[in-house]
Design a protein around this ligand. Structure first.
Ligand SMILES: Nc1nc2c(ncn2[C@@H]2O[C@H](COP(=O)(O)OP(=O)(O)OP(=O)(O)O)[C@@H](O)[C@H]2O)c(=O)[nH]1
Length: 468
């Protein structure tokens, strides 16, 4: 079975790598602003807007480290990319130490990482990030550490999926809080922390665009186009749904039943919208594919006879010679020429001659299997390629064609055809094979036309020829 290699769209791959770098820079920038807010006791810089949960200093430190690690991860120098992995190890350590402090009443000093913090953070420990955020940093650190290890690709993708789940559930619960309800699933997960977690996950995934989960998104196929257009909207949907659901109840005062009805409509509409979008894309790409097939067919077809043209013949012949060399699959080549066609043209005119050529196209096609190829070689000369057909089989086909010409009710007078048959030999070049078939055709013409001459596959000089 032939396996078609996975092709990536190089523009998209470059775009993913640029996105990864831009995401890393943005993460560092936002986290540094938050850290500045904590440093200079300016709470406004630690929240998205006043009254909202602040990003903890530890989370900001984690993001600076993870963003820097992402920036360094693809550095050409092993020293810098190695430093990137050390930074990821620190990210993992921050997340893990926080989780340990949650689980056991012990002070690892993680809450005082950034000196004595002022008490304007949310929760009992101003410096301590929420549990899911801490778990997020453990996964984020793991992503960075595993980046160069291809063997553990699946584990890395597992960590990324875990991170996406944390970021999306955080965004969904934030959607609920935003709509007026105070029961956020993860009480102290600020929106910018969630967004940076999401951005960091996508940034790490995009750092290896041709591997794992992102592989299909960079493919130059229909699947790739679909993934690029639909994955991000699908990731953001839970947050939007949660927001709309709570909005319907809190702000518009709808009962839970009515809000659920609207939500069902809304989610049904969203799914239908995505399907419609995908269907449009399928439609567009399929039409493009058909157009390019038509163009390709035009480029390969002789307009008058509808048979393959010289270009297509050369390509097919090269393919058959290749498979003869590689897999020892022989084939036969038939060279055909209409008899005394010049006199036909002279007597009945060029248009009548054209009609004969068109009919010839029909008769040849009708005599062949779908796997055979009939081509117009030029003027009133034709070539047939019969894969995996020996001389006996090829002679049968040639005989069938002679009979078809003899029995067809031609418009002006009987038109006959002469045929030279040759079989491919190992190591044959296209010119040699055509020359042998042409020589056989020449013999058929000289023997009186309307006949077949078969030449042996391996043709030593002066090989015996048999007339039919
Ligand atoms: N109507 C028409 N005639 C063509 C076309 N291409 C080539 N011809 C004619 O085909 C004729 C070929 O003539 P010759 O090469 O002398 O061959 P022939 O008359 O068939 O003689 P033999 O092959 O020896 O039987 C010429 O008159 C060409 O003008 C075409 O596309 N349409």
């Amino acid at each position: 079975m032939i396996t078609v290699p996975f092709h990536h769209d190089s523009h998209v791959v470059r775009g993913f790598l640029q996105f990864s770098r831009a995401a890393a820079a943005l993460i560092c920038a936002v986290a540094l602003v938050v850290l500045a807010g904590w440093c200079w006791n300016w709470p406004r810089l630690t929240t998205v807007w006043p009254g909202q949960a602040a990003m903890t200093a530890n989370a900001a430190i984690g993001f600076v480290l993870s963003g820097s690690s992402l920036l360094l991860s693809r550095h050409a120098s092993p020293r810098w990319s190695g430093l990137g992995r050390w930074l990821s190890l620190l990210v993992l350590a921050i997340g893990e130490a926080t989780l340990v402090e949650y689980l056991w009443p012990t002070d690892l000093g993680i809450d005082h990482l950034f000196g004595g913090l002022p008490a304007h953070g949310s929760g009992p420990w101003p410096g301590r990030m929420a549990e899911p955020v801490a778990a997020g940093f453990v996964l984020l650190g793991g992503l960075g550490l595993l980046l160069p290890v291809r063997r553990w690709l699946y584990l890395r993708e597992g960590l990324a999926v875990g991170l996406l789940a944390i970021a999306m559930s955080g965004l969904a619960s934030y959607g609920i809080a935003l709509a007026g309800k105070d029961d956020m699933l993860f009480g102290r997960m600020p929106i910018h922390t969630m967004l940076l977690l999401l951005l960091a996950t996508l940034g790490w995934l995009s750092a290896t665009p041709t591997l794992g989960l992102t592989r299909v998104a960079t493919a130059d196929t229909l699947g790739g186009a679909l993934a690029r257009r639909l994955l991000l909207p699908a990731l953001l949907l839970p947050g939007v749904f949660a927001f709309v659901f709570e909005l319907l109840q809190s702000w518009l005062g709808l009962s839970e039943t009515l809000a659920s009805v609207f939500m069902t409509l809304f989610s049904g509409g969203a799914v239908a919208g995505l399907v419609w979008w995908a269907a449009n894309l399928f439609d567009k790409l399929e039409r493009q594919r058909r157009e390019s097939m038509l163009l390709r067919n035009d480029a390969d077809t002789d307009i008058l006879t509808g048979l393959a043209n010289r270009r297509a013949l050369d390509e097919a012949l090269a393919g058959l010679l290749h498979s003869q060399r590689e897999h020892d699959r022989m084939f036969s080549l038939l060279m055909l020429d209409l008899d005394r066609f010049k006199t036909f043209n002279d007597e009945f005119g060029h248009l009548a001659g054209d009609q004969v050529l068109r009919i010839t196209g029909h008769l040849l096609r009708a005599a062949l299997r779908p796997s055979d190829l009939a081509a117009r070689y030029g003027g009133e000369e034709f070539v047939l390629l019969l894969p995996e057909t020996d001389l006996a089989g090829a002679s049968e086909v040639a005989m069938r064609i002679l009979d078809a010409f003899r029995t067809f009710e031609w418009p002006h007078r009987l038109v006959t055809i002469s045929i030279g048959v040759a079989q491919s030999a190992n190591g044959d070049a296209a010119e040699n094979l055509i020359r042998r078939a042409d020589a056989a055709l020449y013999d058929a013409k000289h023997a009186g036309c309307d006949q077949i001459v078969v030449v042996a596959a391996v043709a030593p000089p002066g090989a015996a020829r048999a007339g039919a």
